[in-house]
Design a protein around this ligand. Structure first.
Ligand code: IPD
Ligand code: CA
Ligand code: CA
Length: 275
Protein backbone atom coordinates (compact mmCIF):
# COMPACT_ATOMS: atom_id res chain seq x y z
CA UNK A 1 0.00 0.00 0.00
CA UNK A 2 2.81 2.41 0.97
CA UNK A 3 4.55 1.85 -2.37
CA UNK A 4 1.45 2.91 -4.31
CA UNK A 5 1.00 6.00 -2.12
CA UNK A 6 4.66 6.87 -2.68
CA UNK A 7 4.30 6.64 -6.46
CA UNK A 8 1.26 8.89 -6.41
CA UNK A 9 3.00 11.41 -4.13
CA UNK A 10 6.02 11.44 -6.46
CA UNK A 11 3.83 12.31 -9.39
CA UNK A 12 2.04 15.06 -7.42
CA UNK A 13 5.38 16.53 -6.30
CA UNK A 14 6.60 16.61 -9.91
CA UNK A 15 3.39 18.35 -10.96
CA UNK A 16 3.70 21.05 -8.30
CA UNK A 17 7.42 21.34 -9.08
CA UNK A 18 6.48 22.25 -12.65
CA UNK A 19 4.24 25.02 -11.27
CA UNK A 20 7.16 26.33 -9.19
CA UNK A 21 9.62 26.11 -12.06
CA UNK A 22 7.40 28.28 -14.24
CA UNK A 23 7.32 30.89 -11.47
CA UNK A 24 11.06 30.68 -10.88
CA UNK A 25 11.72 31.26 -14.58
CA UNK A 26 9.56 34.36 -14.40
CA UNK A 27 11.59 35.59 -11.43
CA UNK A 28 14.79 34.93 -13.39
CA UNK A 29 13.42 37.01 -16.27
CA UNK A 30 12.80 39.80 -13.72
CA UNK A 31 9.04 39.64 -14.28
CA UNK A 32 7.08 40.76 -11.21
CA UNK A 33 5.30 38.03 -9.24
CA UNK A 34 2.74 38.77 -6.58
CA UNK A 35 4.37 38.67 -3.12
CA UNK A 36 3.02 39.40 0.35
CA UNK A 37 4.70 39.28 3.75
CA UNK A 38 3.59 37.14 6.68
CA UNK A 39 5.23 37.76 10.08
CA UNK A 40 7.78 40.33 8.82
CA UNK A 41 9.62 41.51 5.65
CA UNK A 42 11.88 38.49 6.26
CA UNK A 43 8.89 36.18 5.66
CA UNK A 44 7.54 36.42 2.10
CA UNK A 45 4.79 34.34 0.49
CA UNK A 46 4.36 34.44 -3.28
CA UNK A 47 1.53 33.61 -5.64
CA UNK A 48 3.47 30.40 -6.40
CA UNK A 49 3.34 29.20 -2.78
CA UNK A 50 -0.44 29.38 -3.13
CA UNK A 51 -0.60 27.92 -6.65
CA UNK A 52 1.60 24.99 -5.70
CA UNK A 53 -0.45 24.33 -2.56
CA UNK A 54 -3.75 24.45 -4.50
CA UNK A 55 -2.35 21.95 -7.02
CA UNK A 56 -1.12 19.55 -4.31
CA UNK A 57 -4.24 19.73 -2.15
CA UNK A 58 -6.57 19.10 -5.10
CA UNK A 59 -4.48 16.12 -6.22
CA UNK A 60 -4.19 14.62 -2.72
CA UNK A 61 -7.90 15.02 -2.02
CA UNK A 62 -8.69 13.37 -5.32
CA UNK A 63 -6.28 10.45 -4.72
CA UNK A 64 -6.77 10.00 -0.97
CA UNK A 65 -10.18 11.37 0.02
CA UNK A 66 -9.95 9.76 3.49
CA UNK A 67 -6.67 11.43 4.44
CA UNK A 68 -6.30 14.69 6.31
CA UNK A 69 -4.32 17.34 4.37
CA UNK A 70 -2.58 20.21 6.15
CA UNK A 71 -0.89 22.79 3.93
CA UNK A 72 1.42 25.52 5.22
CA UNK A 73 -0.52 28.30 3.53
CA UNK A 74 -3.83 27.02 4.89
CA UNK A 75 -5.89 27.44 1.75
CA UNK A 76 -9.65 27.39 1.83
CA UNK A 77 -10.27 23.66 2.03
CA UNK A 78 -11.51 21.29 4.68
CA UNK A 79 -10.49 17.70 5.25
CA UNK A 80 -11.20 15.19 8.00
CA UNK A 81 -8.34 15.72 10.41
CA UNK A 82 -9.50 13.00 12.79
CA UNK A 83 -8.06 10.62 10.14
CA UNK A 84 -5.06 8.56 11.23
CA UNK A 85 -3.22 9.50 8.03
CA UNK A 86 -2.28 13.15 7.72
CA UNK A 87 -0.31 14.93 4.98
CA UNK A 88 1.96 17.78 5.98
CA UNK A 89 2.57 19.89 2.90
CA UNK A 90 5.15 22.58 2.25
CA UNK A 91 4.21 23.77 -1.24
CA UNK A 92 7.38 25.88 -1.57
CA UNK A 93 10.16 25.32 0.93
CA UNK A 94 12.72 28.06 0.39
CA UNK A 95 10.48 30.97 -0.57
CA UNK A 96 13.21 33.55 0.09
CA UNK A 97 15.56 31.72 -2.30
CA UNK A 98 12.77 31.34 -4.87
CA UNK A 99 11.89 35.02 -4.76
CA UNK A 100 15.53 35.98 -5.44
CA UNK A 101 15.97 33.50 -8.28
CA UNK A 102 18.41 31.53 -6.07
CA UNK A 103 18.31 27.87 -7.19
CA UNK A 104 17.59 26.12 -3.90
CA UNK A 105 13.95 25.36 -3.08
CA UNK A 106 11.62 22.38 -3.15
CA UNK A 107 8.15 21.03 -2.62
CA UNK A 108 7.82 18.73 0.39
CA UNK A 109 5.07 16.15 1.00
CA UNK A 110 5.21 14.24 4.29
CA UNK A 111 2.71 11.62 5.42
CA UNK A 112 2.12 10.96 9.13
CA UNK A 113 0.44 7.89 10.62
CA UNK A 114 -0.88 8.68 14.10
CA UNK A 115 1.50 11.64 14.19
CA UNK A 116 4.58 9.67 13.15
CA UNK A 117 6.27 10.43 9.77
CA UNK A 118 6.12 7.33 7.55
CA UNK A 119 6.54 8.61 4.00
CA UNK A 120 8.18 11.61 2.35
CA UNK A 121 8.70 13.06 -1.10
CA UNK A 122 10.80 16.18 -1.73
CA UNK A 123 11.22 17.54 -5.26
CA UNK A 124 13.77 20.16 -6.37
CA UNK A 125 12.50 21.24 -9.80
CA UNK A 126 15.50 23.37 -10.80
CA UNK A 127 17.85 20.37 -10.62
CA UNK A 128 15.13 17.80 -11.37
CA UNK A 129 15.98 15.88 -8.19
CA UNK A 130 13.23 13.79 -6.66
CA UNK A 131 13.89 12.38 -3.20
CA UNK A 132 11.46 9.70 -2.01
CA UNK A 133 11.29 7.44 1.02
CA UNK A 134 8.81 5.35 2.96
CA UNK A 135 9.11 3.38 6.18
CA UNK A 136 10.79 0.06 5.44
CA UNK A 137 11.23 0.82 1.72
CA UNK A 138 14.50 2.80 1.82
CA UNK A 139 15.26 6.23 0.37
CA UNK A 140 15.97 7.12 -3.24
CA UNK A 141 17.11 10.04 -5.37
CA UNK A 142 15.65 9.86 -8.88
CA UNK A 143 15.00 6.18 -8.27
CA UNK A 144 18.53 5.29 -7.10
CA UNK A 145 19.05 4.23 -3.45
CA UNK A 146 20.80 6.81 -1.25
CA UNK A 147 22.82 6.47 1.95
CA UNK A 148 24.13 8.90 4.55
CA UNK A 149 27.86 9.74 4.72
CA UNK A 150 30.45 7.93 6.84
CA UNK A 151 32.18 10.97 8.36
CA UNK A 152 32.84 10.22 12.02
CA UNK A 153 34.29 13.49 13.38
CA UNK A 154 32.73 16.90 13.68
CA UNK A 155 35.99 18.54 12.59
CA UNK A 156 35.63 16.78 9.23
CA UNK A 157 31.89 17.34 8.90
CA UNK A 158 30.05 19.64 6.53
CA UNK A 159 26.88 20.76 8.32
CA UNK A 160 23.91 22.95 7.54
CA UNK A 161 21.41 24.87 9.63
CA UNK A 162 18.70 27.51 9.41
CA UNK A 163 17.26 30.47 11.31
CA UNK A 164 13.69 31.43 12.18
CA UNK A 165 12.04 34.35 10.39
CA UNK A 166 11.49 36.14 13.70
CA UNK A 167 15.14 35.82 14.68
CA UNK A 168 15.40 39.42 15.82
CA UNK A 169 12.98 38.77 18.69
CA UNK A 170 13.13 34.99 19.12
CA UNK A 171 15.45 33.86 21.94
CA UNK A 172 15.82 30.50 20.15
CA UNK A 173 17.30 32.22 17.11
CA UNK A 174 20.18 29.72 16.84
CA UNK A 175 22.90 32.39 16.85
CA UNK A 176 24.81 31.06 19.89
CA UNK A 177 24.51 27.45 18.74
CA UNK A 178 25.73 28.44 15.31
CA UNK A 179 28.80 30.08 16.82
CA UNK A 180 29.75 26.82 18.55
CA UNK A 181 29.45 24.79 15.34
CA UNK A 182 31.41 27.36 13.33
CA UNK A 183 34.32 26.75 15.70
CA UNK A 184 34.04 22.95 15.79
CA UNK A 185 32.78 21.71 12.40
CA UNK A 186 34.78 21.65 9.19
CA UNK A 187 32.24 24.02 7.60
CA UNK A 188 28.71 25.26 8.01
CA UNK A 189 26.17 26.14 5.28
CA UNK A 190 22.79 27.89 5.35
CA UNK A 191 20.91 26.47 2.38
CA UNK A 192 17.49 28.09 2.94
CA UNK A 193 15.32 24.99 2.50
CA UNK A 194 14.84 22.73 5.51
CA UNK A 195 13.41 19.96 3.33
CA UNK A 196 16.51 19.94 1.12
CA UNK A 197 18.79 20.26 4.17
CA UNK A 198 17.38 16.93 5.35
CA UNK A 199 17.55 15.29 1.92
CA UNK A 200 21.17 16.36 1.52
CA UNK A 201 22.03 14.66 4.81
CA UNK A 202 20.18 11.59 3.52
CA UNK A 203 22.25 11.41 0.33
CA UNK A 204 25.56 12.21 2.05
CA UNK A 205 26.17 15.69 0.58
CA UNK A 206 26.27 16.97 4.13
CA UNK A 207 26.95 15.08 7.36
CA UNK A 208 24.44 16.78 9.62
CA UNK A 209 21.79 19.50 9.94
CA UNK A 210 19.95 21.09 12.83
CA UNK A 211 17.33 23.78 13.24
CA UNK A 212 15.55 25.07 16.34
CA UNK A 213 12.27 26.58 15.10
CA UNK A 214 10.70 24.49 12.35
CA UNK A 215 7.17 23.27 11.63
CA UNK A 216 5.95 19.76 10.75
CA UNK A 217 5.51 20.75 7.06
CA UNK A 218 9.22 21.72 6.91
CA UNK A 219 10.59 18.44 8.25
CA UNK A 220 8.06 15.57 8.11
CA UNK A 221 9.16 14.29 4.69
CA UNK A 222 12.87 14.83 5.34
CA UNK A 223 12.78 12.92 8.64
CA UNK A 224 11.70 9.77 6.78
CA UNK A 225 14.37 10.40 4.13
CA UNK A 226 17.23 10.57 6.65
CA UNK A 227 16.07 7.55 8.62
CA UNK A 228 15.54 5.39 5.54
CA UNK A 229 18.99 6.40 4.25
CA UNK A 230 20.52 5.01 7.46
CA UNK A 231 20.84 8.27 9.40
CA UNK A 232 19.57 9.44 12.77
CA UNK A 233 16.98 12.11 13.60
CA UNK A 234 16.12 13.46 17.04
CA UNK A 235 15.17 16.59 18.93
CA UNK A 236 17.95 18.53 20.66
CA UNK A 237 17.61 16.40 23.84
CA UNK A 238 18.09 13.20 21.85
CA UNK A 239 14.36 12.36 22.08
CA UNK A 240 11.87 11.89 19.26
CA UNK A 241 9.62 14.89 19.78
CA UNK A 242 10.82 16.79 16.72
CA UNK A 243 7.35 17.72 15.49
CA UNK A 244 5.95 18.65 18.90
CA UNK A 245 9.04 20.67 19.94
CA UNK A 246 9.59 22.23 16.50
CA UNK A 247 13.28 21.34 16.38
CA UNK A 248 15.36 18.80 14.53
CA UNK A 249 18.85 17.33 14.62
CA UNK A 250 19.65 15.03 11.70
CA UNK A 251 22.93 13.32 10.96
CA UNK A 252 24.68 10.31 9.52
CA UNK A 253 24.42 8.81 13.03
CA UNK A 254 28.17 8.83 13.66
CA UNK A 255 28.37 12.51 14.61
CA UNK A 256 24.96 12.66 16.28
CA UNK A 257 26.12 12.63 19.91
CA UNK A 258 28.77 15.25 19.18
CA UNK A 259 26.11 17.49 17.62
CA UNK A 260 23.78 17.00 20.60
CA UNK A 261 26.60 17.81 23.04
CA UNK A 262 27.29 21.11 21.30
CA UNK A 263 23.59 21.97 21.16
CA UNK A 264 23.10 21.17 24.84
CA UNK A 265 26.23 23.03 25.93
CA UNK A 266 25.64 26.19 27.96
CA UNK A 267 29.04 27.75 27.36
CA UNK A 268 30.08 30.04 24.57
CA UNK A 269 33.12 28.63 22.88
CA UNK A 270 36.09 30.91 22.37
CA UNK A 271 38.73 30.48 19.67
CA UNK A 272 41.62 28.42 21.10
CA UNK A 273 44.97 30.17 21.65
CA UNK A 274 46.69 28.42 18.75
CA UNK A 275 45.52 26.37 15.79
C1 IPD B 1 11.85 27.98 5.64
C2 IPD B 1 13.06 27.30 5.05
C3 IPD B 1 14.31 27.74 5.78
C4 IPD B 1 14.22 27.46 7.26
C5 IPD B 1 12.97 28.11 7.85
C6 IPD B 1 11.73 27.65 7.10
P1 IPD B 1 9.80 28.41 3.93
O1 IPD B 1 10.68 27.53 4.99
O2 IPD B 1 12.95 25.92 5.16
O3 IPD B 1 15.46 27.08 5.32
O4 IPD B 1 15.36 27.97 7.90
O5 IPD B 1 12.89 27.70 9.21
O6 IPD B 1 10.61 28.29 7.63
O7 IPD B 1 9.22 29.54 4.70
O8 IPD B 1 10.70 28.84 2.85
O9 IPD B 1 8.77 27.42 3.51
CA1 CA C 1 9.26 25.60 4.90
CA1 CA D 1 6.84 27.18 2.48
Amino acid sequence: MLRAVLQRAESIARGSGAVLLEGWQRVRRREPIHTQFKSSPFDPVTEYDHRSEAFIVAALRDSFPDHCVVGEEGGDYRTDCSARLQWQIDPLDGTVNFSHGFPCFAVSLGLLLDGEPILGVVYDPVHDELFAAARGLGATLNGQPILVSETAELSRSLLSTGFPYQRACNPRNNIRECGRFVLRAQELRRMGSAALDLCWVACGRTDGYWELDVRPHDIAAGIVMVREAGGQVSDTRGGLEMLARGEVVASNGRIHQAMLRLLQSEEDLEPVASC
